[in-house]
Design a protein around this ligand. Structure first.
Ligand code: 7RM
Length: 655
């Protein structure tokens, strides 16, 4: 099995119509209804979004301007007052949902906890008071470095409640990567845990925080809050470190939600780009609340009786938008699971579905490919009849994996929503609405109403049907990122000027290659920049190269992605060594370890290849295209005339 290629998906002509039974009770019940919404939104985007904002959300004060667009800077619902924690919690308390499960959590060792809306509200209010007690004020940044435990959602909502800006750092990132993010965002406080469970082992989170903060290297951090999770002995620095449960126990549960300006910052989440260090993607309150709310409702066709499970980690945007904010804003029951398939429990995902009667299941193609490999006997041994809708996100799904998901997990009954979006877009952009849009395996299908997606060339000109081009978006949407934290210029350059604006018309450049077929369906091919997607995790080749070059033995490094059956892509690093350093397998292992230490296990190169020199252009640019072909074991094709020294290529080829 492999990633989709132009050839394989050009020949994909299977079409799956939504089942009448599904459509009849769906929020968006027919293709015609989708088309009407799409047309309406296109004709008057501001009226479309304003109507939804007014009907779907609670506002303390209504806005006076729907959209203030000074390209590429957008402000949505200007002067509106809103609080996303209020929309996710308080407004449900006056309804029957008060005692409905908001979060169903299961830990990897099998412990579990259910929090009703009333209970979650109480915990969030208490924790918000803890933050206040420790001096956290509106606008302050709070780092969150936690495993997949309810406290992660509680901490996020507590920040949102008092107007603090959260910046969640995935628990798989190393101390170095954590420090870089805490420094960039100038975090005042960090929330962590003694440890987290990962494949039957403990991830020592608090130890990583201690390393990140050592020698006052993140000088803004005044306090660290520690959740007791794995119960091993950890160091607690008096004055700086506090146990979550100690402070939570004494905190008042009375903490009204702060009316926030619609454009106040809600969170910063770091993501990898093609150049430089990871960017802090800034999302604000009102637009993000609306966009995640309505996409969750329509795309997952959420009903009050549903148990909904998104398997992402809250450290990624998918966890932010589709475990926490989108589902809770809708008053849904959201499942949060700390575990992952592992040798001691390979069928755990299917157990969770059976145990909680999950109705909607949202996961990544890389996970599906791993499920396929583990064997269909695992899901076949469980009762999955509760499922009614399946989703995927994170990378293109190959049609074979789509068919397996449809057949083995969905038993041929459940629609599949293949959702294309990014950290930057805040929420899902291209996707089927499951009761309305017929699906084709491997296609994310059609844009969400209000999203004007196009395939263009680098000048912004439309590309003919079925020809490859760059995925771009024409009009601002409420969930879009507002800026790169602390770097408005980088925001402008990276996303809005990559395709030069014409006549004041700006196009958002997504960084993905795609094609649009004769039915207007989008087929996303993958990144066109130096970003690689390893098991659904987005990594910049530059970051990995910088990590390698920071090792004393390394002179130069070039990192490329190589197609991988399971992970989508695997990291291959070409490395030249300093004089007098000799290549060895030990050194390869040492370099792999070094990258893990600098970034985290997700960035561990699958392969390191030592070289005498790297292929470069006459102007000194590394020709990654050639390295990609070499890594994939393909023939080098295309133009190599710009290559400075052709013998470099010959040597690399000989290995
Ligand atoms: C949500 C998320 C974004 C990148 C994006 C694409 C790839 C995501 C799909 C997809 C094909 C999909 N945020 N991508 N979803 N490619 N089909 N349904 O993943 O910021 O971490 O990554 O992921 O390349 O640009 S992300």
């Amino acid at each position: 099995m492999s990633q989709p290629t132009i050839e394989s998906i050009l020949h994909e002509d299977r079409i799956f119509e939504p089942a009448a039974e599904f459509s009849s009770s769906a929020h968006i019940a027919s293709l015609q209804q989708y088309q009407q919404l799409y047309d309406k939104a296109k004709a008057d985007p501001q009226a479309f979004w304003a109507e939804l904002a007014a009907t779907e959300l609670h506002w303390f004060q209504t806005w006076d301007t729907v959209l203030d667009w000074q390209p590429p800077f957008a402000k949505w619902f200007v002067n509106g007052k809103i609080n996303i924690s209020y929309n996710c919690l308080d407004r449900h308390l006056t309804t029957w949902r008060r005692n409905k499960a908001a979060l169903i959590w299961e830990g990897e060792p099998g412990d579990s906890r259910t929090l009703t809306y009333a209970q979650l509200h109480r915990e969030v209010c208490q924790f918000a008071n803890v933050l206040k007690q420790l001096g956290v004020e509106k606008g302050d940044r709070v780092g969150i470095y936690l495993p997949m435990i309810p406290e992660a959602a509680i901490a996020m909502l507590a920040c949102a409640r008092i107007g603090a800006v959260h910046s969640v750092v995935f628990g798989g990132f190393s101390a170095e990567a954590l420090r870089d993010r805490l420094v960039d965002v100038q975090a005042k406080l960090v929330v962590t845990a003694d440890g987290g469970w990962r494949k039957d082992a403990i991830v020592p989170l608090k130890e990583q925080v201690d390393k990140a903060l050592a020698n006052n290297s993140a000088p803004n951090v005044e306090n660290v809050l520690v959740v007791r999770r794995t119960e091993q002995t950890i160091a607690m620095e008096p004055g700086r470190d506090h146990w979550w449960h100690d402070l939570q126990a004494g905190a008042s549960a009375d903490c009204p939600a702060e009316p926030m300006n619609s454009e106040d910052m809600l969170f910063v989440l770091y993501t990898s780009g093609s150049t430089g260090k990871p960017k802090g993607v800034v999302h604000t309150t009102g637009g993000y609340n609306l966009y995640t709310h309505i996409t969750t409702k329509w795309i997952f066709d959420l009903k009050d009786t549903d148990v909904y499970w998104c398997t992402a980690d809250v450290g990624w945007i998918t966890g932010h938008s589709y475990i926490v904010y989108g589902p809770l804003s809708n008053g849904a029951t959201s499942v949060m699971y700390e575990g992952a398939p592992r040798p001691s429990n390979p069928g755990c995902m299917w157990d969770v579905i059976e145990r909680y009667g999950v109705n909607i299941f949202y996961t990544a193609p890389t996970a599906i490919r791993a499920f396929i490999k583990m064997g269909e006997h695992l899901p076949n041994a469980r009762d999955l009849s509760s499922l009614r809708l399946l989703g995927t996100v994170g990378e293109p799904i190959n049609p074979e994996a789509w068919m397996w998901y449809h057949r083995i997990i969905g038993k041929g009954r459940c629609p599949i929503v293949d959702t294309w979006w990014q950290t930057e877009t805040g929420g899902i952009m291209i996707t089927p609405l499951p009761g309305a849009v017929p699906t084709k395996p491997g296609s994310a299908t059609l844009p969400f109403p209000g999203i004007l997606a196009e395939i263009v060339d680098l000048e912004g000109n439309p590309v003919p049907t079925n020809e490859g081009g760059y995925l771009a978006v024409r009009h601002p949407w409420p969930g879009m990122m507002r800026t790169v934290y602390g770097d408005r210029d980088r925001f402008r350059r990276t996303y809005w000027e990559h395709i030069p604006p014409k006549d004041g018309q700006y196009l958002y450049f997504a960084g993905d290659g795609a094609r649009c077929d004769q039915d207007g369906y989008f087929w996303v091919m993958g990144r066109v920049d130096d970003v690689i997607n390893v098991a659904g995790h987005r990594l910049g080749t530059m970051e990995i190269e910088s990590a390698l070059v920071s090792h004393p033995s390394v002179a130069e490094a070039a990192v490329v992605g190589k197609p991988d059956d399971l992970k989508g892509e695997e990291i291959v690093a070409f490395v030249t060594l300093e004089n007098k350093i000799t290549a060895s397998d030990d050194l390869k292992n040492e370099l792999k370890k070094h990258v893990v230490q600098e970034i985290g296990a997700i960035a561990r190169p699958g392969e390191i290849k030592f070289a005498d020199a790297l292929p470069k252009t006459r102007s000194g640019k590394i020709m990654r295209r050639l390295l990609r072909s070499l890594a994939a074991g393909e023939e080098i094709s295309g133009d190599t005339s710009t290559l400075e020294d052709r013998s470099v290529l010959e040597k690399l080829r000989e290995g």
